[in-house]
Each structure stands twice: as C-alpha cells, then as structure tokens.
Design a protein around this ligand. Structure first.
Ligand SMILES: Oc1ccccc1CN[C@@H]1C=C[C@@H](O)[C@H](O)[C@H]1O
Length: 331
C-alpha cells in the first residue's frame, strides 16, 4: 500500500513511531491506510492485557492479539506487547482458589509463569518488546510499591519473577518496566530505586517505559530531562509508551466541550517541546508510541472525568494532522 510521507518517515533517523490500536481499527481500510502512513510500531490497547487474553484459567482468547500481530507482521511494523503483569484488567481467577480464598504466593507465581510463558511464547520472534510489569510503584507518599493483590500475596518478588519468566520465554525480547507520572520527582525516585535494585540483582529488565500521559502544562522540559537523565544513568533504554497530551490541567468538566484556541496553542507548544527533547535524546529513546489513534476517541474522554471530551493527539477526529503535527515534523 503506497502512502505519502508520514510521521514515521520524519522520524526514521530517530526512533520508531507507534500507536495503540484495537482489532476494529484494522477492519476499516481508510484507518489501515492512515496507520501505515504514519506509524511503524503497534501496541494492543487492550487485547494483550491479562484478562482480555486469558479470561479463564483454562482458556485464552487470542483473536484480538493475533489480528494485530498478523497485520503488523504483514506490513513490516514492530509490535510492543502490553502488558504481562498489572493490577488492572487482571482476571479475578488468578488470585483466588476454588473456595474463593486468596491463593498462596507459590500458586500465584506459578499462574503468572504459565501466563507469561504461554503469551510470550506464542508471539516469540514477532513481538520485540514487552511491558512486563505495569504500574507497580505507588502514587502514595507513604508507600514504595502499590498495595495490589500482586504485592499483598507475593511481596515485591512478583516483579523480578515476572521479568525472569518473560526472559525465559523469549531471551531476545526487550523487557520494559512501564509506569505513569514517571517525571514527578517523588515517583521518579521510587521508579529509579526499583530499577536500580532489579538491575543490581541481575534481573533482566532492559528498559523503562514512560507512559507519557501528559498535559499542556506537565511535564516541564526540566522535569522531563531530569527524568530521562536519571533513568539513563542506570544504563537502560527509554521509550515513551502511551503518549497523549491532555488539553486540561484539572479534573473539572468545562462549560462547553469545545477545543479552544488557547488549548490548541498550549498543546502545540507542549508537543513541540516534547519532540524537541525526544530528538535530543535519540541515543537513549528507542521509541515513541501514542495512546489512541486520533482525537476521534481517546481513553481520556472518560478518565479522569467521565464524558469529558479530550483532544490529546496529533490527528483530529477526521484523522487530519493538527497544527501540532506540523510543529513536531518541521525540524
Ligand atoms: O495515567 C494513569 C493514571 C491512573 C491510572 C492509570 C493511568 C494510566 N494507565 C494506562 C492507561 C490506559 C491503559 O489502557 C493502559 O494500559 C495503562 O497503562
């Protein structure tokens, strides 16, 4: 399929440009052409999460993941796997026994190992990178690790074990720890502390995923740079794995749902700064992936405020480049 020069072409000398997709995106020919024009990496928005892909102890649903991997392989796109161990969208059955009681640490770790070997094994050689553990660090000042069922049952060991299982299953895959708010100094230092400890214990964690759920006012260039420098000092690579730039700086519902001139101007400026910084760190940043395809639909339309229309991406609801697109491709 021949397409005009797109975002990925502007960045071919820097890093792959990815996007989170659903199988439905791939059923529409206009969307397929759009995806192939602008992106050379895909992430499954939901299809490879624990519950969607492994809904029952003895049942996997491979359809969505297979469709995305098939499309990517057919068109020469990279695929990032998301995510092997997370507290959200995890299947209840994994944590409870037949009597409905929480399972033991050994049982849970064995279930995690089976899950990881089955999922990573199926796509071995076709998925080059995995978000092995997502969001294990706490947002609470008093906590280091999030008090998830993973942590309650296993303590911190589930993190190292998840990476070891993934490495066993595909020794060539690049293994990521993935999280959000990773530029916030308090959380940044906790993520750093976790990664440093894992690396010192020779746990196969190769890179850190900064989700990049940012806004027109956050992060500042200074905070982004200090986070990149701090993680890079561990000798690991960095990817921006779920980039979007919310047009809101609070959790209030606006008077009207429109995308104001001020919001546009701020977003153009923020995207310009972000990609200027990414380009400067091209030797450390090995990929930038957007979360969702266009302003037509974003997970931010319902988070953190349900029903609040957001306009966080480089393409508008008609899949047309916004001015921010031209700001990040004119360099
Ligand atoms: O920015 C946040 C704030 C609080 C909780 C979760 C997040 C981000 N959490 C991400 C967002 C959407 C999901 O589809 C992704 O899998 C998840 O990694």
């Amino acid at each position: 399929q021949q397409t005009g020069k797109g975002l990925k072409d502007h960045y071919q000398d820097y890093f792959p440009i990815g996007v989170a997709v659903t199988p439905r995106h791939l059923q529409d020919s206009a969307t397929r052409i759009f995806l192939l024009q602008h992106f050379n990496s895909l992430t499954a928005e939901n299809a490879m999460k624990m519950e969607p892909i492994h809904p029952a102890t003895d049942r996997y649903d491979w359809r969505g993941a297979d469709a995305i991997v098939h499309f990517a392989t057919e068109n020469g796109l990279k695929v990032r796997g998301h995510t092997l161990c997370w507290h959200n969208q995890a299947p209840k059955w994994m944590f409870y026994d037949a009597a409905g009681k929480l399972v033991s640490k050994d049982t849970l770790l064995n279930r995690l190992r089976t899950h990881i070997h089955d999922v990573v094994g199926r796509y071995k050689g076709r998925i080059y990178a995995w978000d092995v553990v997502n969001e294990a660090v706490s947002d609470r000042h008093s906590e280091f690790l999030r008090n998830s069922l993973w942590y309650q049952i296993c303590g911190e060991d589930f993190i190292a074990q998840a990476f070891r299982y993934a490495h066993e299953a595909d020794p060539k895959a690049i293994l990521f720890y993935n999280d959000y708010n990773t530029e916030n100094p308090v959380k940044r230092d906790k993520v750093y502390r976790l990664l440093k400890k894992l690396r010192e214990e020779n746990v196969p964690v190769h890179a850190v995923g900064l989700q990049g759920h940012w806004s027109i006012s956050d992060p500042s260039r200074a905070l982004l740079v200090s986070a990149i420098e701090k993680y890079a000092s561990l000798g690991i690579k960095i990817q921006i794995t779920e980039l979007d730039v919310s047009v809101f700086t609070n959790d209030k519902m606006p008077e009207k749902p429109d995308f104001t001139a001020e919001q546009k101007e701020s977003q153009e400026h923020q995207y310009d700064m972000l990609f200027d910084t990414f380009r400067k760190y091209r030797d450390i940043i090995t990929g930038v992936t957007f979360w969702n395809v266009s302003d037509r639909s974003s997970w931010l339309d319902n988070f953190p405020v349900k029903g609040r229309k957001n306009y966080p991406l480089l393409f508008d609801e008609k899949l047309q480049p916004k001015k921010a697109y031209w700001r990040v491709t004119d360099f």
